[in-house]
Design a protein around this ligand. Structure first.
Ligand code: COI
Length: 354
């Protein structure tokens, strides 16, 4: 792929690595590429980070044809830059775009674009523990027009943000609100895709959870409001009686890259992992009977996030004395160890940026 480069003249000051938060600062440049029905993918370019053209009739503003991804770049102890399983993000974006009738970007072009922009702005990769460069590829319908149909023009963009922890709690346990009024997804819908619309529809429940003093929402299935699916920004796993249980991928749950990696690590550690329906009643009973040993979320932004409390219909249960569980900590250490190049990458997940 030929990439045209336009360098920014006034490079920005980099933020203090101790004060990064999540998604607040953006690097000097961004990657852009257009797709049209006539030309397919063309005009790949790295340009100064800045505003995108937005005709008021741009179709994404009206019908939300938009998908995105999230991955991170890390610096290993030797100073090399590495990505974590970027091909999985590329393939998931293809799956999302197929569902939303959007142009598909081949895996090799996606990965090449990510590598190019990360390499170009690599000085922005933070080095302090628990920091990384968050990579946000996204695509949207750029054709101006009012009418619901696939667009004839899409823009693929990648922006980069040096980040710290996603939650203000850091890697400490979070409190989760079990939502029994709003739903996130149903089979046949877009639950398995990473599209902005899924997140727009989740905000009302998120606001409600925060009003009650909770960090995130645990979604129940959209038909019965009974089976545990995922948490706002992460997949979720429960250790009950020594086994790990997580929701199956049957169309309404996001197929997380971290979820997949953690299942592999758990099996490698010798745990039995059940991808099956888990009702909220079974979960609450396990918590009350002392069988719910640990609970944690998995996601690129959230990494591994221990869950210390659940609240369902006004009933609160505390998990593992609101402490990070031993297994949760081991998973966090192993996963981030691989990502930061400090633990052997025996599954070949690391993708070196040359
Ligand atoms: C991610 O984990 O990368 C996400 O996209 C979750 C969230 C920030 C929307």
């Amino acid at each position: 792929m030929e990439i045209r480069i336009e360098r920014r003249k006034d490079l920005k000051d980099k933020p203090d690595q101790n004060q990064l938060e999540f998604g607040k600062y953006f690097t000097d440049h961004m990657f852009l590429m257009d797709w049209t029905t006539e030309k397919g993918w063309h005009d790949a370019r790295i340009v100064p980070y800045g505003a995108l053209p937005t005709d008021p009739a741009t179709m994404v503003l009206h019908y939300a044809q938009e998908t995105f991804e999230g991955l991170k770049a890390y610096r290993d102890p030797q100073g090399n830059v590495q990505l974590f399983r970027p091909e999985m993000n590329a393939q998931r974006m293809i799956n999302s775009n197929r569902r939303l009738c959007m142009a598909e970007l081949p895996v090799d072009m996606f990965v090449e674009a990510v590598e190019a922009i990360v390499k170009y702005d690599e000085e922005w990769i933070p080095t302090l523990p628990e920091t990384s460069l968050y990579i946000r590829p996204f695509m949207y319908a750029a054709q101006p027009g009012v009418g619901v149909h696939p667009a004839n023009h899409y823009i693929f963009c990648i922006i980069l943000s040096p980040v710290g922890n996603y939650y203000p709690e850091g890697v400490n346990p979070v409190k989760i609100w079990v939502e029994d009024e709003y739903v996130r997804a149903v089979k046949g819908g877009t639950g398995f895709t990473k599209c902005g619309g899924n997140y727009a529809a989740s905000i009302a429940a998120q606001v409600k959870a925060e009003e009650h003093g909770y960090t995130q929402v645990l979604w129940l299935d959209g038909v019965h409001r009974k089976y545990v699916e995922e948490v706002g920004t992460m997949n979720v796993m429960f250790k009950i009686d020594g086994k790990i249980i997580t929701a199956p991928l049957e169309g309404s749950v996001l197929p997380g890259v971290t979820r997949d990696s953690i299942i592999t690590l758990l099996k490698d550690f010798g745990y039995e992992v059940e991808e099956r329906l888990l009702s909220i009643d079974e979960l609450m009973d396990a918590a009350k009977n002392g069988k719910l040993e640990e609970a944690f979320g998995t996601g690129t932004a959230a990494v591994i996030s221990p869950i210390g409390e659940l609240c369902y219909k006004g009933e609160e249960v505390i998990i593992n004395d609101f402490k990070t569980g031993e297994l949760t900590q081991k998973l966090y250490d192993t996963l981030t160890g691989i990502q930061w190049g400090k633990v052997e990458d025996k599954f070949n997940w690391v993708h070196k940026v040359k």
